[in-house]
Ligand binder design. Structure first.
Ligand SMILES: C[S@@+](CC[C@H](N)C(=O)[O-])C[C@H]1O[C@@H](n2cnc3c(N)ncnc32)[C@H](O)[C@@H]1O
Length: 230
């Protein structure tokens, strides 16, 4: 099995011997790959929808991994059985706001987990803010180009962190600190998104005068300034 660059970067953050929960597993590619690599000791492949979970069950059985990977139906971390020993959770391919909500809805469970790995499809800033406000520290971040699109991958462990500017929540503190080779492309993509939002809002005189427009304009200017320093 070969994972795409996006899921591969998430897989790389999983430590040897981990007990994994893959939340929003869909096809269960990630736990199946990690089990075949002998990287995990056990996994729970969880999804809130019946359809994807059935697909996951079939794929797990076809790979002969039913002893190692259990498919669980349910919302977020609450799909896990009470006794689970999960030390690592991956949340990939969902929005950043959904990810923050999943953690919020299972506080007791999330606190037992040592490492959280995220690949948000959007709203990375919101997720980073949730982590900072809830006792998590970003220990590493990655970017992956996959089928023409850039994806962020965030790895967090318990601890505290200070992110001292709003724009760093957007960009990712570690991506900036380690001068990731794709940082320029990443900031350019954020900037393009911001410009599109402004363009859309500019069509309405009312929206143009709103505080949201002013805030988006500040964000755009800050992203442009960040690009200049690269
Ligand atoms: C786009 S797929 C991502 C699959 C895989 N993780 C990946 O990154 O390739 C998103 C999956 O998340 C599931 N999902 C959405 N919200 C969820 C929640 N609150 N709890 C568990 N699964 C959820 C959906 O049913 C869907 O199967």
């Amino acid at each position: 099995v070969k994972l795409g660059a996006r899921l591969q970067k998430a897989a790389d953050f999983v430590g040897q011997g981990a007990v994994l929960a893959d939340i929003g597993t869909d096809h269960a590619y990630l736990p199946i790959y990690l089990a075949k690599q002998n990287k995990i000791s056990r996994a729970f492949a969880c999804d809130v929808s019946q359809g994807p979970l059935e697909g996951a069950k079939r794929a797990i059985a076809a790979a002969g991994l039913a002893e190692k990977i259990t498919a669980c139906l349910g919302d977020g971390l609450n799909a896990l059985p009470k006794e689970n020993n999960v030390d690592t959770a991956v949340l990939a391919g969902m929005g950043g706001a959904t990810m923050a909500e999943i953690l919020e809805n299972a506080r007791g469970m999330a606190e037992k987990i040592k490492r959280l790995i995220f690949q948000p499809m959007n709203d990375g800033a919101r997720l980073r803010r949730w982590l900072a406000e809830n006792g998590w520290r970003i220990i590493d971040e990655e970017l992956a180009f996959d089928e023409g699109r850039l994806y962020e991958i965030i790895c967090a462990e318990r601890g505290s962190m200070t992110i001292d500017s709003d724009i760093l929540f957007e960009i990712g503190p570690v991506l900036k600190e380690k001068k990731h080779p794709l940082l320029k492309e990443h900031i350019t993509a954020l900037l393009e998104k911001s410009k599109k939002i402004l363009q859309g809002m500019a069509e309405s005189a009312k929206a143009r005068q709103s505080e949201r427009y002013a805030a988006e304009e500040r964000r755009k200017n800050e992203l442009e300034a960040e690009l200049k320093w690269l």
